[in-house]
Design a protein around this ligand. Structure first.
Ligand code: CA
Length: 250
């Protein structure tokens, strides 16, 4: 069953629309109630396939469900499609909606796997509702800030300007030609200045979960991007190698 939970008037949807994916009814309803008490517009799904359907539908067409999902609160152990696969699939669709993973597993490995597949934050069960709400609020604040930069206006870093809607990049006043993969990689880097990306994470975000090649592919694309962006590709100012970790921008 798919339920729309809106206990507050529609003016409160301005706070954000949250999809809660959890198969245990008590937990699902408690989270939904707490979030709608805070003024969020809450949709619930009790299994992975329904959650995927909602996430994809709202990502592709905002007309059917009114407005897109602003945040997903996602349990890991779910029937049909588990939380990690769901997370991968959502990112593979090019959907960057913030995802907060909930899990009974608390080991470092699970946390790392969760973040590697594209989740933004991770909360271990049992957790307090105050903590959950604080995390949700922080994620929404971060993404609203990110959206106003990446979706509505150009991304600018020193003398590089990237226009996300037009798929154009201007370097030192001249437009350069990038392949779709190079463009997506640069967009990801410029959207998160100074953040270090591992090769695995870059593959996950740019090539998707079905990519069969190895992480050398990332190095090759970085080299091509450097040749197009850097004044001196052997002494890069933008795409910096972080030894033992991966790459960062700026
Ligand atoms: Ca569960």
């Amino acid at each position: 069953m798919l339920t729309l939970e809106s206990t507050k008037p529609s003016s409160n949807t301005a706070l954000g629309r949250v999809l809660v994916v959890e198969d245990e009814e008590t937990i699902r309803e408690t989270i939904a109630l707490s979030l709608s008490d805070e003024g969020y517009d809450v949709i619930t799904a009790e299994d992975g396939s329904k959650a995927l359907e909602i996430a994809c539908r709202t990502h592709q067409s905002t007309a059917q469900l009114g407005s897109p999902i602003d945040l997903i609160v996602l349990d890991l152990m779910l029937p049909h499609v588990n939380g990690l696969d769901l997370c991968r699939l959502i990112r593979h669709e090019g959907n960057n909606v913030p995802i907060l993973i909930l899990s009974a597993k608390g080991s470092e490995t699970d946390r790392v796997v969760g973040l590697e597949v594209g989740a933004d934050d991770y909360l271990t069960k049992p957790f307090g509702m105050r903590e959950l709400i604080a995390r949700c609020r922080a994620l929404l604040r971060r993404s609203n800030h990110g959206n106003s930069q990446s979706q509505e206006t150009a991304l600018t870093f020193k003398d590089i300007v990237l226009y996300p809607q037009e798929c154009r990049v201007v370097v030192r006043g001249s437009e350069i030609n990038l392949s779709p993969k190079e463009f997506r990689m640069l967009e990801l880097f410029m959207g998160h200045p100074r953040r270090v990306w591992s090769r695995e994470r870059l593959i996950e975000r740019i090539w998707g979960p079905d990519f069969m090649g190895d992480s050398k592919t990332v190095d090759v694309h970085i080299r091509w991007l450097r040749e197009k962006l850097e004044r001196d590709p052997s002494h890069p100012d933008y795409l910096i190698t972080v030894r033992g970790f991966g790459y960062r921008f700026g």
